[in-house]
Design a protein around this ligand. Structure first.
Ligand code: FES
Length: 357
């Protein structure tokens, strides 16, 4: 059932005579609907209301639910950008409905005057705009995202367990995460592979791993470097761009990788080997030697078993990357190499410094 509801003469705040004089605009919310108990497939409902400047998307949805269609379902609680319950996609971008201004969204509409509201992606749908957060919670458990205190049980509750100010600054930003799952919804890897750890879980893992009061750093790290873990991230930066708290999630992911390379060694997993082969090529040639990258990352047996059919197709279509001897060094390679080594040295020193803290 797909129907259109018009409420041209309703106002969110007060009755009005001249809408534009009073700073009001008619806005249509095109809302995703799906009730698995009665609908065979999803559809969109249009709700047109008069919205004042300063009204948020959540407040508009509340109005629609209270005055137009009580069957509309969505999740919200604090209405202040604190609890993370109201994550949804507004005009195609995952964000908090309670901090999204309707008038700002009007500038981003694909169709003038129509704000599209959909549930978050990459999480199972429950009803309308409500998604199931259990898979995310299960991943938090799988990656042991809690502090397992190093304080002996007998001393707990008797004294404070303090950390230095410098240490706190290392995870201060990460503690701002409100688990709204906007990053989960925007992550390009999760859309292809639901098993992937997810940016929200990686951020939490980073926060726990850098806390000196925690005793299970190694257990957590061992899980993070397994299949579908930290090495699967492809640096698309969508998680960071969509974070409602502007948390540098990619920095946390890089830090976990550096930690893994340092603590477990570069030969630990295919992800680590891939990173090492990548760096080796860039230092030597200033570009990738793609033909041998899979072999150096996953070994000959894996490559033959998994990539041979694709390699044959590429040979037929004459699209194979050149063999190593034919990969010429990039222009200005000597200067580039010197810069690369200097940069690597800086990163090493920075890392040593932060490790001492
Ligand atoms: Fe709590 Fe939006 S309702 S963050």
């Amino acid at each position: 059932m797909n129907f259109r509801k018009e409420l041209i003469n309703h106002s969110l705040m007060t009755e009005t005579i001249d809408q534009h004089q009073e700073g009001k605009r008619d806005v249509t919310f095109r809302v995703f609907r799906f009730n698995p108990q009665v609908d065979s497939k999803p559809y969109f409902d249009d709700y047109t209301i008069s919205a004042e400047r300063g009204i948020t998307v959540l407040r508009s949805l509340n109005y629609i639910k209270e005055h137009v269609d009580a069957t509309l379902s969505f999740r919200a609680f604090c209405q202040a950008g604190i609890c993370g319950s109201c994550g949804m996609r507004v005009n195609g971008i995952s964000k908090l409905a309670c901090t999204s201004q309707v008038w700002d969204e009007l500038d981003k509409c694909r169709e003038p005057g129509i704000i599209k509201v959909e549930p978050l992606r990459s999480l199972p749908m429950i009803k309308d705009l409500i998604v199931d957060m259990d898979p995310l919670v299960d991943k938090m458990k799988r990656y042991s995202n809690w502090i397992n205190s190093t304080m002996p049980l007998a001393e707990m509750g008797k004294k404070e367990f303090l950390v230095s100010e410098e240490e706190f600054h290392r995870y201060d930003k990460a503690t701002d995460c409100i688990l709204c799952a906007s990053c989960v919804s925007e992550c390009s890897i999760l859309r292809a592979n639901k098993e992937y750890v997810s940016p929200a879980v990686l951020l939490k893992s980073y926060r726990m791993n850098v806390d000196s009061r925690d005793s299970i750093h190694d257990v957590r790290l061992a899980e993070l470097v397994k299949d579908h873990g930290v090495w699967d991230c492809t640096h698309c930066y969508r998680c960071q761009e969509s974070c409602v708290k502007s948390i540098p999630i990619m920095e946390a992911i890089h830090a976990i990788r550096e930690d893994a390379l340092e603590c477990r060694g570069p030969k630990d997993t295919s992800g680590a080997k891939h990173a090492e082969a990548f760096m080796e090529d860039i230092e030597k040639k200033g570009k990738l030697v793609e033909a041998t990258l899979p072999i150096r990352t996953n070994g000959m047996v894996w490559t033959l078993r998994n990539l041979l059919p694709m390699a044959m197709k590429m040979i037929v279509k004459r699209r194979t990357p050149p063999p190593p001897p034919l990969v010429k060094s990039a222009k200005g390679i000597k200067i580039f190499r010197a810069m690369f080594r200097e940069m690597t040295e800086h990163v090493k020193q920075d890392h040593q410094k932060s490790h001492k803290k």
